[in-house]
Write a protein that binds this ligand. Structure first.
Ligand code: ZN
Ligand code: ZN
Length: 259
C-alpha cells in the first residue's frame, strides 16, 4: 500500500490536489478541489502522469471560486462522483450533478477505492466548508487550507496524520503593509479568513506529538507572503531545516510525494 499526493496548483489562482492510493493492482485517485478551467486542469493532470478519466472521485472543500472551477463540467463529462457538503452545494446555487452528487458532512467517513476519507468542518467564511484526512489504512494524510484559525476540533481530526498539506496564507506584516483594501485585510486576517504563517506553525507544532513528520505549505498569498517566510515559520515547528520544507507553488504545485 502506498499513499501519495500531488498538488496541482495552490492559492487564489486555483486549487487542486490529487491523492493516490495503490493497493496491489488497484490504483485509486481522489481529486481535492477543482479550481481551474477544464483545459488547464487536463494539462496539469497530464503533467502528473494522469488523465481526467483516472479521477475516481472529486471532493470540493467549499464554494469559493478558487476551489470549484470546472467541477461540474469535469464531473459530467467523465461521470465522476462529487462529494461536498449540503451547504457548499446550496452556496453554489444547487447545480444539477445528474446523480453524481454525494452530500457529506463533518465526521462522515466514505471510501474512494482504497482511500478512506474523513471530512471535518473548519472556521472559514463559506457556508459549510470541509477539509479532510485520508488514509490507505497504513498512513494518514491531512489537507488543511482555507481557515481563519485552528480549533480543538481541527487538531483532533488531524491527530495521527503523518503528512499535512497546510495553508500558510500570509505574513501579518506584509498583509498589513500591502495594497489590499482595509476590509479585505480584515477578512483575510480574521478568524474566518486565512491562516497566518505563525498560526500554521502552531498547528504543525501541536500535531508533532501525534506523529506529524512532514508538512507541505500551501495556499500562499502571492501579495502577502513569500515561500522563504513560510519555510522560516514552519521549520522550527517541525524541527527541520527551512530548506526541507516543501512549498506548493501557485501554478506548478509540488512533485508527487509520499504521504
Ligand atoms: Zn482558497
Ligand atoms: Zn476559501
Amino acid at each position: 500500500m502506498t499513499l501519495r499526493f500531488k498538488n496541482l496548483g495552490s492559492g487564489s489562482s486555483g486549487n487542486a490536489t490529487v491523492i493516490q492510493a495503490r493497493d496491489g493492482a488497484q490504483v485509486s485517485h481522489l481529486l481535492v478541489d477543482c479550481g481551474l478551467g477544464i483545459r488547464e486542469l487536463g494539462k496539469r493532470l497530464g503533467a502528473a502522469g494522469m488523465l481526467a478519466e483516472h479521477v475516481d472521485a472529486i471532493f470540493i472543500t467549499h464554494e469559493h471560486a478558487d476551489h470549484i472551477g470546472c467541477v461540474r463540467q469535469l464531473a459530467l463529462r467523465e461521470r465522476i462522483p462529487v462529494y461536498m457538503s449540503h451547504g457548499t452545494h446550496v452556496a453554489m446555487g444547487e447545480p444539477d450533478f445528474e446523480g453524481l452528487l454525494r452530500v457529506v458532512c463533518d465526521g462522515m467517513v466514505f471510501s474512494v477505492g482504497a482511500i478512506e476519507v474523513r471530512p471535518f468542518t473548519v472556521p472559514h467564511d463559506a457556508r459549510e466548508p470541509l477539509q479532510l484526512t485520508c488514509t490507505d489504512g497504513a498512513t494518514r494524510l491531512g489537507v488543511l487550507t482555507d481557515l481563519g484559525r485552528s480549533s480543538d476540533h481541527v487538531l483532533e481530526q488531524l491527530a495521527g496524520c503523518r503528512t499535512l498539506l497546510l495553508e500558510c496564507n500570509h505574513d501579518p506584516a506584509m498583509l498589513e503593509q500591502g495594497t489590499y483594501p482595509w476590509f479585505l485585510k480584515r477578512r483575510i486576517g480574521g478568524g474566518w479568513g486565512h491562516l497566518a504563517n505563525e498560526a500554521s506553525a502552531a498547528i504543525a507544532m501541536a500535531l508533532r506529538a501525534s506523529g506529524l513528520q512532514q508538512v507541505v505549505a500551501a495556499h500562499l498569498s502571492e501579495q502577502n507572503n513569500r515561500p522563504d517566510l513560510a519555510r522560516a515559520a514552519l521549520a522550527p515547528a517541525m524541527g527541520c531545516d527551512a530548506g526541507d520544507i516543501t512549498v506548493a507553488d501557485g501554478v506548478a504545485g509540488c512533485a508527487w510525494m509520499d504521504a
